[in-house]
Design a protein around this ligand. Structure first.
Ligand code: SF4
Length: 339
């Protein structure tokens, strides 16, 4: 029996104060990952602070700079199907709809999506050593079955990957995460939100205990003309990515003026390499040029016994998705890319 207290917070300050006062307290919104983790005995909150009724966190609004603000409590489904997201940020809509199931997307919130834990099987197995679950206990995946694990940015302490699709889209769009906490409000560029495992793989992101995500800002540029999200996985639905790619292009004819490429399923955080994106500027959108960018993105990639195939898979996915982004028609459901 896990006894816990439950508090319905009416505003963000009360929520932050309650969680900050108890190191074993947790915020709960959709609960789609927290309840899983609880059932696996990985976490036992003494206090759940319900944030579902906080004001100003449940809407998608336009910002003064021409972008959009996603309230942290907007569900993934409402975000993906919002007319302004579909028309101005279709890359994000596609990324969200590639993830989870319709039922989960109806419950899961945008803030919670950023905070989901890894799906490394050993993380959920209390009998396996896992530095993320029990710091210092070891990593069962490094010499175990590591088909779904990282090829970039891993450490000798953890080779887990971050499982979100939505966050790969947010990384490509250079979103900003707004948080409030015991020390006030701050804005975190998306690239700085999640962490690489290093020697502290128990930390997935740079939030402090008691800090609460209130919203996510999308910059004005949405790459709505040329974009593509490609998710490669073991089955076509309700599976996590082996490799995913979010690509946004700004084209002048077939010449690339601006490019964004973010990878999922390959690292402890969505993976972007600015050098590769810069290298595409002024070049034609061709498989050869995307292949050169892929080589830069995958520089230093390292496979383990069961996942080395991901390096070639990621390279091909970057090339294919780059070309798909040049063909908006290829984004229609069921449409086949020309490659
Ligand atoms: Fe744990 Fe990370 Fe190793 Fe998986 S890869 S067993 S999450 S330490």
């Amino acid at each position: 029996m896990n006894n816990f207290a439950f508090l319905r917070a009416e505003n963000a300050d009360d929520a932050v104060r309650a969680v900050n006062a108890n190191t074993h307290a947790a915020f709960i919104a959709g609960g789609t990952n927290l309840i899983d983790i609880w059932k696996y005995n990985l976490r036992h909150p003494e206090l759940l602070v319900d944030i579902n009724h906080l004001p100003d966190c449940s809407a998608i609004t336009e910002t003064v700079d021409g972008g959009l603000r996603l309230g942290a409590l907007v569900t993934n489904a409402d975000t993906a199907y919002h007319p302004l997201i579909e028309s101005r940020y279709p890359l994000l809509s596609k990324a969200i709809l590639a993830g989870a199931s319709a039922q989960i997307r109806n419950m899961a919130t945008d803030g919670g999506n950023l905070l989901q834990r890894t799906r490394c099987y050993y993380f959920y197995d209390a009998n396996a050593p896992c530095n993320k679950r029990v710091p210092g206990s070891g990593c069962a995946a490094i010499n175990g079955y590591n088909r779904i694990h990282a090829i970039l940015g891993a450490s000798e302490h953890c080779i887990a990957v971050f499982p979100s699709d939505m966050c790969v889209g947010l990384a490509a769009l250079a979103a900003v995460v707004n948080v409030t906490g015991p020390n006030g409000e701050r804005r975190i560029p998306f690239a700085d939100f999640h962490r690489l495992p290093g020697d502290q793989p128990d930390l997935d992101n740079n939030l402090q205990h008691g800090e609460l995500i209130t919203s996510i800002d999308l910059p004005p540029k949405g790459f709505e003309q040329n974009y593509s999200y490609l998710k490669l996985r073991d089955r076509q639905s309700y599976a996590f990515a082996l490799v995913s790619v979010a690509t946004g292009l700004e084209l002048d004819g077939d010449v690339i003026k601006d490019a964004r490429i973010a990878l999922g399923g390959v690292a402890h955080k969505p993976w972007r390499v600015a050098e590769a994106e810069e290298s595409l500027k002024g070049k034609a959108a061709t498989p050869e040029n995307f292949a050169e960018a892929a080589a830069v993105i995958l520089r230093g990639a390292k496979g383990y016994e069961h996942n080395s195939f991901k390096i070639e898979l990621a390279k091909r996915a970057i090339i294919r998705n780059g070309m798909m982004a040049t063909e908006p028609e290829s984004q229609r459901p069921g449409a086949k890319p020309s490659l």
